[in-house]
Design a binder for this molecule. Structure first.
Ligand code: 6DJ
Length: 654
């Protein structure tokens, strides 16, 4: 829907007085008034109080709800990224449908009377897989990402020539709600410092979006030097614990005049698997916001609503070691992962109301929640038993192991197979040199699970086997680096493994299409398991179950499970890692579930150890802050009836 038609629709939805005040496209403007250190919107002084939410982390069915809550909180703008890899899954193949319908999201924002600060990248960071860059770029292994490398620029140009014309009609001066557009993202934090790259991007944005739209950059204080560029308005990002005065003084060296802007004021923070849950206090966040608003600064709160890294979409950091981001992107944000207002939201609304009008009227109530279970899952079969179905085109053969990118497997899992060339009687060291496992390898000999070899860990396994034994290595891509100096985060076995003194060669690679198998069908009968011992290691569990009443949002709890992937009714809910924490539950949006007795299906791929009782629970609250050691105490704190019920409980509505 183009904005002009939108204005008719809006006139039905907005108060008549406001509609009459809406200037026509030819008089609309959003500019920097350097004479008075402010923005002007249609010629009048304007300050935005904005919040970030990512449409790619929120089911489309909830977009309007989240945006309404953000408007009610007193925001007059939202800020969001456009992840390139979410929309161009393969070179030249584009997807702007369903939960990828960017124009529909812009339209929803307009209907909520929210202006938009758009951040199309091409790199976006955001703790998103590869910082939003498509992994197929790495099929040219020598490519230099985020530089003026001709191969990289050719792909960027091709992508932006598709994307930018789509958003052109939505620019504010054309009748839409996009008031400004960010070029790249914290480029000053990237080692390349390639100004010709930034100039190329700026030129491309101007060529495709015209001269009127305000283009800007965002960097941390330490990145302003390499991240800013003449002709692009310079903004900064920092959180409540940072020295606002010092940072804004530094910003003035780049923008002596014009409004002060904090493009990412951190209301919370991200979580890594295996680290403690991050929070930011309400008092610190609200105090920092008030101090900036007193200065007349425009502020975007990052995140206002975090959402979820469904599927395989999480990114990763490297801080001494590889740190994958959790499935939950709750971010301790004012609106929780499940879309519920938190005390932080009300406190921030109180602050904003001191500086500008906030909408009156009731806030939508928290969503209905549901408890259910325990649900006992049954063994479907070992991953190896489904190899033909998971890799219908058969393996790729190579003397040395090939990466995910080389075989065009973007996400998830790949099985590497070779055969033992001689009998090994004594336990013999097995490892992959140079940290060459990206990222986790589940090792099996003739179907028997031997253990895990992890990236950046020094661990070795000790194997025995017979001449001709199958050595199977299931490698998991835990998400590509989304921040740091090297986004070329290749996945798979980057070096040939070594067994004793032998470099293992003659490999078969099986790229696994697990989602297709889970989504479309699981054979009712258990496939033939060719080994004498019971399956161990990567195994599928499943269960169909009814929900007797209506459905509600819920939180899947997997006590005793270790690590794996979950699907609900074929939807890839994301990764769990109960053993590591801090996240112990996965958010299950209610729209995924069938009510009133219809059968729902949960499928798990457990990669390591299964609990004695293969059960899961659906709770009405999330558990995001319980590392494995803390977790034991948390289990004890859950009410007895929550954990001990033997039959699926009636829906306990709220
Ligand atoms: C100290 C590390 C700074 C890296 N920048 C981060 S971590 C959280 C946020 C998001 O990733 C956001 O996408 C970045 O622009 C800024 N930021």
């Amino acid at each position: 829907m183009a904005p002009k038609k939108l204005s008719c629709l809006r006139s039905l939805l907005l108060p008549l007085s406001l509609t009459l005040l809406l200037p026509q496209a030819d008089t609309r403007s959003f500019v920097v008034d350097r004479g008075h250190d402010r923005f002007l919107l249609d010629g009048a002084p304007f300050r935005y109080v904005s919040g970030s939410l990512h449409y790619f982390r929120v089911p489309r069915v909830f977009w309007a709800d989240r945006l309404l809550k953000m408007r009610w909180s007193g925001l007059n703008a939202i800020q969001f990224y456009v992840p390139w890899n979410y929309h161009e899954p393969q070179p030249g193949v584009y997807n702007f449908n369903g939960s990828r319908d960017l124009i529909a999201f812009l339209n929803e924002a307009a209907l909520a009377n929210l202006l938009v600060i758009l951040r199309p990248g091409p790199y976006i960071c955001a703790e998103w897989e590869m910082g939003g860059l498509p992994s197929w770029l790495l099929r040219k292994p020598e490519i230099h990402l985020r530089t003026s490398d001709p191969d990289f620029l050719a792909a960027v140009d091709s992508w932006f020539k598709v994307l930018l014309p789509k958003i052109y009609p939505w620019l504010y001066h054309n009748g839409g709600n996009i008031i400004s557009i960010q070029v790249e993202n914290e480029y000053g934090s990237y080692r390349a410092c390639d100004f010709s790259y930034m100039r190329h991007l700026a030129g491309l944005f101007r060529a495709l979006l015209g001269e009127k739209i305000l283009l800007f950059t965002t960097d941390g204080p330490e990145g302003l030097k390499c991240g800013s560029l003449r002709g692009l308005y310079t903004t900064v990002d920092f959180g409540p614990a940072d020295n606002m005065t010092k940072i804004f003084t530094l910003l003035r060296k780049y923008e002596p005049h014009g409004p002060l802007v904090n493009s990412e004021y951190y209301t919370g923070w991200l979580d890594y698997w295996g680290q403690n849950h991050s929070t930011r206090s309400v008092s610190a966040v609200t105090k920092g916001l008030e101090n900036m608003l007193k200065l007349g600064a425009s502020v975007n709160m990052y995140m206002f609503h975090g959402g979820t890294n469904f599927g395989y979409w999480n990114g990763a950091d490297k801080k001494g070691r590889f740190l994958p981001i959790t499935t939950s992107y709750d971010y301790d944000a004012p609106i929780s992962e499940a879309g519920d207002p938190t005390p932080k939201l009300f406190a921030l609304r109180d602050v904003i109301s001191k500086f500008q009008e906030v909408p009156l009227g009731p806030l939508p109530p928290p969503s209905p929640k549901m408890m259910l279970g325990p649900v006992t899952l049954h063994l479907v079969g070992h991953l190896l038993a489904f190899l033909d179905l998971l890799c219908p085109r058969g393996p790729i053969h190579s003397i040395l192991p090939m990466t995910f990118e080389a075989v065009k497997q973007d996400h998830g899992f790949m099985l590497y197979r070779t055969y033992m060339t001689h009998t090994i009687f004594e336990p013999t060291p097995f490892w992959v040199p140079n940290n060459g496992v990206h990222d986790r390898a589940y090792v099996m000999v003739d179907g028997v699970f031997q253990g895990v070899v992890e990236r950046n860990m020094r661990d070795k396994l000790f194997l025995t086997g017979k001449l001709g034994s199958k050595l199977d290595i299931l490698v998991e891509n835990m998400g590509r680096l989304s921040f740091g100096s090297n986004s070329s985060d290749f996945k798979g076995l980057l070096k040939p493994p070594i067994l004793g003194q032998t470099i293992l060669t003659q490999w078969m690679m099986f790229p696994l299409k697990i989602d297709n198998l889970v989504k479309w069908w699981f054979p009712l009968q258990l496939p033939k398991w060719p080994y004498p011992q019971a399956p161990s290691g990567p195994t599928f569990y499943s269960k169909t179950f009814p929900i007797l009443g209506s459905v509600g949002d819920t939180f899947l709890y997997l006590p005793g499970w270790t690590k794996g992937q979950v699907w609900i009714n074929g939807f890839n809910l994301g990764r769990y890692w109960t053993k590591q924490g801090p996240q112990q539950t996965l958010y299950v949006p209610r729209f995924l579930l069938f009510p009133r007795g219809a059968l729902n299906k949960i499928t798990l791929l457990e990669l390591e150890d299964v609990p004695l009782q293969p059960q899961v629970q659906f709770l009405d609250k999330p558990i995001l802050n319980s590392t494995s050691t803390l977790h034991r105490t948390h289990i004890n704190s859950l009410s007895a009836d929550t954990l001990s019920a033997s039959e699926p409980m009636e829906l306990s509505g709220h």
